[in-house]
Design a binder for this molecule. Structure first.
Ligand code: 5GP
Ligand code: ZN
Length: 112
């Protein structure tokens, strides 16, 4: 198993847990781009949004619900951003699908 986020999910690479359940694991990003920067990943290895199958939408919805729950727990009442970078042009650097939860500062648009 060579996937970085699979190793983080199984615990062989340490991380700072934020939330976990039977479907997903959420942890602090190692290079935070905002005061709150959490990655929500499914326990199942899915390489990217471009690879999801017909069986995955419920799981993806769960990841977004978890991101919203974490945002509520961290009092991000002024808003936040949930992002799924996809593929080379999308800026994806780890090939295990993940939702970035970014908040705690004003985020500009469009992104770079
Ligand atoms: P992507 O660029 O694929 O959308 O996001 C990958 C994210 O994973 C980046 O924000 C990066 O900082 C984070 N990351 C990469 N390696 C590690 C690691 O070993 N531990 C943690 N906690 N985050 C990581
Ligand atoms: Zn993986």
């Amino acid at each position: 198993m060579s996937c970085l986020f699979c190793k983080i999910v199984e615990g062989s690479i340490p991380s700072t847990a934020v939330y976990q359940d039977e479907h997903c694991y959420a942890f602090a990003d190692i290079h935070p781009q905002a005061p709150v920067h959490v990655l929500v990943v499914p326990r199942e290895h899915i390489s990217s949004l471009a690879e999801i199958g017909r069986e995955h939408p419920v799981l993806l919805g769960h990841l977004l619900w978890v991101a919203a729950e974490i945002a509520r727990s961290k009092d991000l009442v002024k808003g936040y951003r949930a992002v799924i970078n996809t593929g080379e042009d999308g800026g994806q650097t780890v090939d295990h699908i993940h939702v970035h939860l970014l908040g705690g500062r004003h985020l500009t648009w469009p992104p770079g």
